[in-house]
Design a protein around this ligand. Structure first.
Ligand SMILES: Nc1ncnc2c1ncn2[C@@H]1O[C@H](COP(=O)(O)OP(=O)(O)OP(=O)(O)O)[C@@H](O)[C@H]1O
Ligand SMILES: [Mg+2]
Length: 408
């Protein structure tokens, strides 16, 4: 057990909390992350921090907070639930175990019993660590041309996915997803990269900025220069860490085929190629599709989203599928006013206007992504992927990519 145990305590009276605090300090194996009686706030933090255990304090008359316990058990299976009470009646113990708790702690704390509960928490954590790691699905939103709506679609897609999701702003020089989500990040991708070797859950979560119970952001650095040392293998490591903890990782990627972007695209299970309906954008999407073919990405990995769709577009351009092929999965309508006001508000449109046509289409695209089978994604070995990333970041490969673009 290399990491310390982490605890969150819910609903503790001051005396009970101070007993638990003292017992934890005396044992030395665990630390208290937070104690509160604000159920909603604490449950959001539990979803984000995924502590080793949550101690839910039960009053003498209370039900064992069944909804919260069930929710934690379902959404944070790696967190052990411990109910605690001064009333250790068989009935209360039984009800708490039935609702999903794994241990019952009698109060006042009896040191020997407390030690047994901590031993079981260690066993639970070790058992969980040995089970196969979660493999979240990575969805990159990309366009080889700027201004097509990549950030808008990435932010809204991430907000529309109804599972623990992290949105990563890989626009290391100019990223502004914090504005799209209305959050004020203190840390960025650079901090994640610099500390990637010692990222435990608590440190990782301190670098993320929460937008909602389900969605957090890894922001782009504020100072463009601070990301200069980020290399493809760092991007690889960061995505790897995130996919072990989140169900979905949505990437807002730059509009170039440099080594870092290729590392992100390589690692992705899905690429949403965004284009708007104008000739330069369609042509640049055609070229991107050719490059993806050259990179041997399977066809099902790359899907096309047409943004700023409108019936007023030239009828010839409306048949954009003719140029792009059969991979179009969505047509996001054009509504400049709605989009700009959602960006200015710092609230994704899928949240601020969930019934709007744009929001419904993005939610439909999200459902297509989340509903798709994961088994067909080819599982290349880490070393093979790493090799391909390094090979592509060499000068000769950049040159041949450029040739492909010139020919397209
Ligand atoms: N469906 C839409 N309807 C109308 N306007 C849109 C739509 N989607 C995006 N826009 C507008 O297009 C502009 C560019 O969007 P966004 O910043 O998401 O694109 P991007 O591809 O990330 O651009 P950048 O090259 O700056 O990274 C924004 O001002 C946004 O308001
Ligand atoms: Mg952008």
């Amino acid at each position: 057990m290399t990491q310390p145990l982490t605890f969150v305590v819910l609903n503790a009276a001051r005396d009970d909390l101070s007993e638990i605090r003292t017992a934890l300090a005396a044992d030395g194996r665990g630390r208290l992350l937070m104690a509160s009686d604000e159920t909603e706030q604490i449950s959001q933090n539990i979803m984000r921090w995924r502590p080793s255990a949550v101690i839910v304090m039960l009053g003498t008359q209370s039900e064992p907070a069944p909804l919260l316990i069930e929710r934690i058990a379902a959404e944070c299976p790696d967190t052990m639930i411990i109910c605690a009470s001064r009333n250790a009646s068989p009935d209360l113990i039984l009800r708490s175990l039935r609702s999903g708790a794994r241990e019952f702690l009698r109060l006042p704390v009896i040191p020997e019993e407390f030690k047994i509960v901590l031993d079981r928490t260690v066993e639970f954590s070790v058992g969980r660590a040995e089970t196969p790691k979660k493999r979240g699905r990575v969805v990159a939103v990309f366009s080889s041309k700027g201004g097509c709506g990549v950030s808008f679609i990435a932010a809204n897609l991430a907000a529309a996915i109804n599972k623990p999701t992290v949105l990563v702003d890989f626009n290391l020089q100019t990223g502004d997803l914090d504005l799209f989500l209305g959050v004020e990040p203190k840390f960025s991708v650079t901090d994640l990269v610099e500390n990637r070797a010692r990222l435990d859950d608590a440190l990782l979560h301190s670098y993320l900025v929460p937008h909602s119970a389900k969605l957090s952001l890894v922001a782009a650095p504020r100072e463009a220069g601070s990301a200069e040392d980020i290399r493809p293998e760092h991007i690889f490591d960061v995505i790897q860490v995130l996919r072990e903890r989140y169900s979905y990782i949505v990437l807002d990627t730059p509009h170039t085929f440099d080594g870092n972007t290729l590392a992100a695209l390589d690692q992705s299970d899905d690429i949403l190629l965004v284009l708007s309906v104008d000739i330069p954008s369609i042509r640049s999407a055609q070229r991107a599709l050719q490059i993806f073919d050259r990179l041997s990405y399977p066809r099902h990995k790359v899907r096309v989203v047409i943004n700023r769709w409108s019936k007023q577009i030239d009828p010839e351009l409306q048949r954009v599928e003719r140029y792009i092929g059969d991979r179009v999965v969505g047509h996001v309508p054009s509504d400049y006013r709605a989009v700009v006001s959602s960006i200015n508000l710092g609230q994704p449109l899928v949240e601020s206007q969930p019934a709007s046509v744009i929001a419904r289409e993005i939610k439909r695209i999200a459902a297509t992504i989340t509903g798709s089978t994961e088994g067909h994604i080819e599982q290349e070995s880490r070393s093979r992927r790493m090799k391909s990333i390094f090979r592509r970041s060499t000068a000769s490969e950049s040159l041949s990519l450029r040739e492909t673009l010139d020919k397209a």
